[in-house]
Design a binder for this molecule. Structure first.
Ligand code: ARG
Length: 475
């Protein structure tokens, strides 16, 4: 059903209709559209623009439509342009002319901005919950490997030994920032565009403050033109989602490496790995790879919306209709990826022996020699040179650092006494990294507890906010 037409002598060309139609993707806004219509209806009634009996007829019809939309009994049709026109058709089918009364004091411009904010708030909360669950899974895995040494890398070369729990826990911090980012975004997004009308507000006595609070927003948006044109919340949400995707992609890369035959550090559970149609021996890390691959579309969705917004006159323009598919796609994508990724992480078994054996190789204890010298007063540059010379001697004679003789150490630098052997063990190197955030076992233990506390705080917020939101939607 067309929401306009009075000033037109004939209807839209098929090609225009096909281009401008958005029902095929915006129908998922229907529950939010109906909920905000109920709030708008209240405003019309409170403002004396609708009598009590008309208002209650419309309210009943809207609630009936809520049920029919949920059950699928009411569905969009070929001729519906978008979610707003489809639902107005539904209302008119029930109420006749009265179904059109809700359009007073409201435009699709403030309506769609309101619907999309509600949708985004609801679904971003859901993603925050998934990310927070994945964080918990990672922490549990870290606890399993709290005493497992492994090589730490820079430039993908052995650098210094670390506890494997340290290696895993870093991802929980990255995901923690993602949840925090969603929380910040949530606070900033929770303002209502409803009442802005097409752009200038309304001459009718509706009450944007009241509808904002009924819909669970903190307040109405302060400028009605900004209210209908602002899509920062979409771009920001897409950035937050792209960052989640990026973190999963970087983790995916590690999982792919670790499960390779060359590394042989990790074994995937059969339920979270795939086989090959031709090579019977294959066990592939497809979840890790799809996570890595899907980061591309998450970044693409962000880029699409930023590019669409660039240079757009600061009010409603039809370009803004292009905000929805990228947002929906990014949310859908993470809804698919995160649970699979979590299952993969939870069931991965790491090879402690292999990681421990690799930990001291590649001369990863060379820094210990330099630090040993610094502790006895040698300037670091000299200490670094001396440690480098130890590595050179080992490399040319095919030995490891602890295999150098006392005489050789002394020849490299007089301060390199036999005591240096004390730091040439992985456990010694790990235990010595006691600075805040370092790899010493105590540091890792306390790091894991503060992560757990952060998760508990965020989960409580997600839980109470989701409850509040579904309470609002259920009214
Ligand atoms: N489907 C449109 C959108 O998503 C709804 C708003 C249409 N507003 C308008 N003035 N034509 O943006």
């Amino acid at each position: 059903m067309a929401l306009w037409g009075g000033r037109f002598s004939h209807g839209p060309a098929d090609a225009l209709f096909a281009l401008s139609r958005s029902i095929q993707f915006d129908w998922r806004l229907a529950p939010y559209d109906l909920r905000s219509s109920l709030a708008h209806l209240q405003g019309l009634e409170d403002g004396g623009l609708l009598g009590t009996s008309d208002a209650s007829l419309i309210r009943k019809a809207l609630k009936q439509l809520q049920k029919e939309v949920e059950s699928g009994e009411f569905a969009p049709q070929e001729g519906d342009e978008d979610v707003h026109s489809a639902l107005e058709r539904g209302l008119t089918e029930k109420l006749g002319e009265l179904g059109g009364a809700l359009r007073a004091g409201r435009s699709r411009n403030d309506q769609v901005a309101t619907d999309l904010r509600l949708y985004a708030l609801d679904h971003m909360l859901n993603v925050a919950g998934l990310v927070s669950d994945l964080q918990s899974t990672i922490i549990e895995k870290s606890r399993e490997y709290i005493d497992a040494p492994a090589p730490g890398f820079t430039h993908l070369q052995h650098a210094q030994p670390v506890l494997f729990a340290h290696e895993l826990a870093k991802h929980a911090h990255a995901l923690g920032r993602d949840v925090d980012r969603i929380r910040d975004w949530y606070e900033r997004t929770s303002f209502s565009p409803l009442g802005a009308g097409a752009l200038a507000g309304s001459s009718l006595p509706i009450n944007p403050e009241a509808s904002a609070s009924e819909l669970g927003f903190k307040a109405p948006i302060a400028n009605s033109i900004d209210a209908v044109s602002d899509r920062d919340f979409v771009a920001e949400a897409l950035f937050a989602l792209a960052m989640v995707g990026l973190h999963l992609s970087r983790m995916g890369e590690e999982w792919s490496l670790w499960t390779s035959t060359e590394f042989g550090w990790a074994k995937l559970d059969d339920a979270y790995a795939t086989g090959s149609s031709i090579m019977p021996q294959k066990k592939n890390p497809d979840i890790a790879e799809l996570a890595r691959g899907k980061a591309g579309r998450l970044i693409g969705n962000l880029t699409a919306v930023l590019t669409m917004l660039k240079g757009l006159p600061f009010a409603y323009n039809r370009d803004l209709q292009e905000d929805k598919e990228p947002l929906f796609d990014s949310l859908d994508t993470l809804n698919l990826v995160i649970p699979a990724f979590g299952g993969m992480v939870a069931t991965t078994v790491f090879n402690r022996e292999k990681m421990a054996m690799a930990a001291p190789t590649g001369f990863s204890l060379a820094t210990e020699i330099a630090d040993f010298l610094v502790r006895v007063g040698v300037p670091f540059a000299t200490a670094h040179e001396a440690a480098g010379e130890c590595v050179r001697r080992c490399e040319s004679t095919g030995r490891e650092l602890h295999e150098l003789t006392d005489d050789e150490f002394a020849a490299v630098h007089p301060a390199l006494t036999a005591e240096v052997r004390g730091v040439l063990t992985v456990s010694g190197a790990l235990a010595s990294r006691t600075t805040f955030g370092g790899t010493a076992p105590d540091q890792i233990t306390s790091q894991l507890s503060s992560l757990a506390a952060q998760i508990a705080k965020n989960s409580a917020w997600i839980g109470s906010e989701s409850q509040r939101f579904s309470g609002m939607m259920g009214q």
